[in-house]
Ligand binder design. Sequence first.
Ligand code: ZN
Length: 243
Amino acid sequence: MRALILSDIHANLEALEAVLEDAQTRGGFDSVWCLGDTVGYGPDPGACIDRIREFDLLAVTGNHDCAAVGLIDASDFNDAAKAAAEWTASQLNTGQREFLKELSMVVKEGSFTLVHGSLRAPIVEYLLDRNSAAGTFGLMETSYCFVGHSHIPFMCRDAAEGPDFLDFSLDEQQSLEDSRWIINPGGVGQPRDRDPRPSYAICDTSKNTVQRHRVTYDIAKTQEKMRKAALPVHLIDRLDHGL
Ligand code: ZN
C-alpha cells in the first residue's frame, strides 16, 4: 500500500494540488495520510479539506485545525496566526467544521502512528531534539511514527545511544527495516526549512520504505488570494522564503 504523507497543508490549495500531481507522476498512491494543520494561515481552508477528503484518508488534527473550530483557544498564537485562525473559522461550512472537530489526536495504522506534534503532547510539542524524540519513542506502540508541526523534514532513528536525527534526503528510497523511526515529511503549504517548495513523502507500507520529494507551485497565485482575503502580510511574505 502506498500512502501519500502530507503535513501542514495550511490552506494552500496551489501547493496541495502541485503535490498531488507530482505524487501521481511518481507511481501514485492508495491513501492519503494527513498529519494535521490542514487549515490556518492560507487562503483556501475549505477547499483543502474537501480535496483531501476525495481520497481514502487517514488524518489527525493539528493546533490550527483545533483553533479553527474552537477546540483550543487561539490566544496562545502570535498575532498573525490568531488573525488567520479567526479568518479561517469564518470560511468553513458546517461539514468542514464537523470534519475538523471529529479528527483524532493520534491514529495508528499497522506499524505506523500518525500525530501532529509528538506523542507526549500531540498538538503542542515540536519534535526537533533528542529529548522530545526520546519522549515519543518511549510512548510509541508501533515501529514508526509520522509527525509534522515544525514543517522541518527529518528522519530520526531510535539508536542504542539515543535518538539520532538524519537528513531526510530528497528522491532517495529510505528503508525503515533496521530500526524504529520518527519521520517528518516537511510542510506542504508553508515550508520552514528555508526552501519555499512544498515537501511531502510517499510511504510503501508493504516494503517499509519512505521517499521524500519537493515540488514547485505558483506561489504568487496563493499570495494574491491571501492579499484579497486581507491575511497578515507577514504570512504572505514568508511563502517566498520557506520560513
Ligand atoms: Zn503547522
